[in-house]
Design a binder for this molecule. Sequence first.
Ligand SMILES: [Zn+2]
Length: 78
Amino acid sequence: MLKIVLTIAVIAAVYFFLIKKPKVTQKRQERAEAEKRKPGKDEEIMVECEKCGTFVSSHEAIIVGGKYYCSKSCAGVK
Ligand SMILES: [Zn+2]
């Protein structure tokens, strides 16, 4: 009788182990993917103006010759 109970316990343990493990892995993958998506989703990064050193968002920055500028006057464009 004890052997049967032990066998059931082992089967149950293996069963739960196999059921639970993929769920945890899936959750971790989802979280990793969510974190991966974050920078791509909102790609606004702060960049330093090449001339005056002011930090501006990449959306507002003016890129001239591969360098970031906070304003047109800093970039030297009219
Ligand atoms: Zn500037």
